[in-house]
Design a protein around this ligand. Structure first.
Ligand code: CTP
Length: 358
């Protein structure tokens, strides 16, 4: 039995990046023999042997043959005669197909991943790339993660050929890949790479030919993850937000935050400083954007290039005062009348605070 470190951790070590999790491949053994050596190992794989040992994954070397469309349509061979090279061959890109002998520290690199790291190239290992269409999005994600790497032309062609297969991917897998991308250095490259591979239609049609998408990502470069996701509310239309959210089955909280940011954007485009009701509505919507702090909300508006940011700052300072208002005893517990009264009080307070009449 031989055990090799494989995948992203080997790639990251070579690149001088601290690896975040370690994957191992186990070659030339049986489950029985492996468990004799690692009695505490927990089996987690259903379709092929994968064990957890001290929080790290140990997968038996395997080769995969596609027998039906979709990423589940595989025939997997994980018998003890599968070699390390066969296991590396079924992997996505060469920089992810390097193994390290854990005893000697030597690299086994049959597909020249180390050279591709040096030349900053993202390139598929073999035609087996096509066996999992998610790799189209993985390549785009790696382009975002390693912004100075170029995706090889042949890989782009292979990605383009997988276009019709993308629909077999579950929304969860696509959404996860997008969210991983939004943590990376240059998320715009994800969309740019998919555009090149003509692969935006299936899950990201709303971003196709989107005006100023690059500029948006540049402006919001200090934001990542969920905050960057909801910032799409500033570039998509309400219809686009809805179709995108439904297709990706994004969490409702993200959807509502994005939609509220869209409403804020619409209000900014027709901002009426002299209208207290308008300002009340603006404040109420801004309070619904739960994923942003007050400072971040103001910063978003600044990045949206709204010219009168001082005014926005001024009205957000009003929020605690408005929140502290209470309806008089006599008006309480009267349902709609009570809430209407409270709104009127708040609107009045805004008028007073801003010295406006309407
Ligand atoms: N892999 C693959 N095809 C996939 C998913 C994974 O070939 N669709 C292989 C790659 O060799 C990859 C390894 O499995 O390096 C581990 O996958 P994963 O943990 O998803 O990604 P990493 O490359 O480790 O990247 P990250 O840094 O995001 O963990």
């Amino acid at each position: 039995m031989k055990i090799y470190q494989v995948g992203g951790s080997v790639r990251d070590e070579i690149m001088g990046i601290k690896p975040h999790d370690f994957d191992y491949v186990v070659v030339g053994t049986t489950e029985k023999e492996f468990l004799e050596k690692y009695p505490d190992a927990k089996k987690v794989g259903k379709n092929f042997p994968v064990f957890l040992v001290d929080g790290n994954e140990y997968a038996f070397a395997r080769s995969e043959k596609k027998v039906a469309p979709g990423y589940r349509g595989f025939e997997i061979d994980s018998s003890s005669d599968i070699t390390l090279e066969e296991d590396l061959l079924r992997r996505d890109i060469t920089i992810n197909a390097i193994a390290k002998n854990i005893e000697t520290g030597d690299y086994i690199d049959p597909f020249n991943g180390i050279k591709d790291i040096a030349n900053k190239k993202i390139v598929h290992v073999s035609d087996k790339f096509s066996e999992d269409p998610l790799r189209v999005y993985r390549v785009a994600r790696f382009a975002a993660q390693f912004p100075d790497f170029t995706v090889d032309k042949k890989t782009i062609i292979l990605m383009a050929k997988l276009k019709t297969e993308l629909k077999t991917l579950s929304s969860e897998r696509v959404f996860t890949e997008l969210m991983k991308t939004l943590e990376k250095e240059k998320p715009f490259r994800f969309f740019e790479t998919l555009e090149k591979a003509n692969s935006l239609e299936e899950h990201f049609i709303e971003f196709k030919n989107k005006n100023k998408l690059q500029e948006h990502f540049e402006n919001f470069s200090k934001y990542a993850d969920e905050k960057l996701f909801i910032s799409f509310g500033l570039i998509l239309t309400d219809k686009e937000i809805e179709t995108f959210y439904k297709r990706l089955k994004a969490p409702n909280k993200l959807y509502l935050n994005m939609l509220n940011l869209y409403s804020i954007k619409e209000m900014l485009n027709h901002f009426d400083k002299k209208n207290a009701k308008f300002i009340y509505k603006f404040i109420e919507i801004s309070k619904q954007i739960s994923l942003l702090t007050k400072e971040e909300f103001i910063d978003f508006i600044k990045l949206y290039k709204f010219e009168d940011i001082k005014f926005i700052e001024k009205i957000t300072e009003l929020i605690p005062l408005l929140d502290s208002l209470r309806i008089p005893e006599a008006m309480r517990n009267k349902g709609k009348d009570s809430s209407g009264h409270l709104i009127a009080m708040k609107v009045d307070k805004i008028r007073e605070y801003l010295s406006i009449k309407s």
